[in-house]
Design a protein. Structure first.
Length: 62
């Protein structure tokens, strides 16, 4: 059932015209609400650790 919540929210948000990166974030939050493990600290920590990647930082320079 969790897969249905994730994919359903992902496709629903993408159908509204949201970019894929933000749609993944919203569908992840929807899944966290469904599983009752929602914590804003987890979201903030994953956003910061994901943006602190040296290979991803090189992309804008190309």
């Amino acid at each position: 059932m969790a897969l249905v919540v994730f994919v359903g929210s992902l496709l629903g948000v993408m159908a509204l015209g949201m970019p894929i990166a933000f749609a993944l974030l919203v569908s992840g939050v929807a899944l966290m609400f469904y599983l009752n493990i929602f914590d804003t600290q987890i979201i903030a920590q994953n956003l910061i650790s994901g943006a602190d990647s040296f290979p991803l930082m090189a992309i804008p320079f190309f």
